[in-house]
Design a binder for this molecule. Structure first.
Ligand code: CP
Ligand code: NVA
Length: 331
């Protein structure tokens, strides 16, 4: 099954049209259904994929691995200390070597320029599994989850609450603009997204009947929300900023009070995960000892509520990543 997307990299949603994003979401729903029915068409037989990770991962790594094996491909995990990448060998040289051996490359790491550099030199599709700037495969899983729950994406009122300038906020803003959503970022002013990206997203929104609001006013930002989404307050690589972020973001914790401000009872709660919602992690305990808070970005009550669809969302990482690999790599 050859898609029009064959040979394309997937670095961010800015490069994909609304039709192409819809194609990927529809293919994700299809491969999810096939797996439910026990059908494994093995569309990636004899393909090899490199999984390059400079940062930790549970979902993205497992999603690429399981999706590849389901489809008959061989995944090879390359951790940051396993290869010469960046230390003794440049991004361009590494890309040219990997591109001679592998049929696709996943990269998770810091600089967005790195994934662009890989894509520019590999000669095979490169997939962005998260950079400091964008996390596009996560957005596909989020949108598939919303579609499953609500039936559609257009005009969905979507509030991202928290660190409004992180990779998730950036990617969701672009994705929502493409999908015609009523999108809001609800964050303290010092954590608003970059003005240039907001401008770009607003221009895309105009073409697709979407709207973009950036506000520090919680009541205004979550009013009528169909979805409230949050993410960690401190992203990977920023671990020295807990104190400042906690001070800034405590009023923006997603809790029962915030959920009630939507004025709806069926508002979905989504989170890309991992989440700090209790004291069952080392970092959670450390933060509790230092700052006396039992949860950060989301209360345990909301996280564990019926409105929370975080496990569907996590499962959908695998189906959506499978769809991206099939669309861009299958013969
Ligand atoms: N949501 C997400 O990307 O999770 P991981 O960091 O575990 O891959
Ligand atoms: N913003 C988070 C997302 C994790 C999936 C981070 O970059 O750490």
């Amino acid at each position: 099954m050859k898609s029009k997307l064959k040979g394309r990299s997937f670095l961010g949603l800015l490069d994909y049209s609304p039709e192409e994003i819809n194609e990927l979401i529809d293919l994700s729903a299809q491969v999810k259904q096939e797996k439910r029915e026990g059908k494994f068409p093995r569309r990636l037989e004899n393909k090899n994929i490199a999984l390059l990770f400079e940062k930790n991962s549970t979902r993205t790594r497992c999603a690429f691995t399981v999706a590849a094996i389901d489809e008959g491909a061989h995944p090879e995990f390359l951790g940051k200390n396993d290869i010469q990448f960046g230390k003794k060998e440049s991004v361009a040289d590494t890309a040219r070597v990997l591109g001679r051996m592998f049929d696709g490359i996943q990269y998770r790491g810091f600089k967005h320029e790195t994934v662009e550099g890989l894509a520019g030199h590999a000669g095979v599709p490169v997939w962005n599994g998260l950079t400091d700037a964008f996390h596009p495969t996560q957005v596909l899983a989020d949108f598939l989850t919303i579609k499953e729950q609500k039936g559609y994406l257009k005009n969905i009122a979507f509030s991202f609450v928290g660190d409004g300038r992180n990779n998730m906020a950036n990617s969701l803003m672009v994705g929502a603009a493409k999908m015609g959503m009523d999108f809001r970022i609800v964050a303290p002013k010092s954590l608003f997204p970059e003005a240039k990206l907001v401008e770009t997203a607003k221009a895309i929104a105009k073409e697709n009947g979407a709207s973009i609001m950036i506000t520090d006013d919680i009541s205004e930002g979550v009013k009528n929300a169909d979805v409230i989404y949050t993410d960690v307050w401190v992203s990977m690589g920023e671990e020295d900023q807990f104190e400042e972020r906690i001070k800034l973001l405590l009023p923006y914790q997603v809790n029962a009070d915030m959920m009630s401000k939507t004025g709806k009872t069926d508002t979905l709660f989504l989170h890309c995960l991992p989440a700090f919602h209790d004291l069952k992690t080392d970092v959670g305990v450390e933060i509790y000892k230092k700052f006396g808070i039992e949860a950060m970005e989301v209360s345990d009550e909301v996280f564990e509520s019926d409105n929370s669809k975080v496990w569907d969302e996590a499962e959908n990482r695998m189906h959506t990543i499978k769809a991206v690999m099939i669309a861009t790599m299958a013969d």
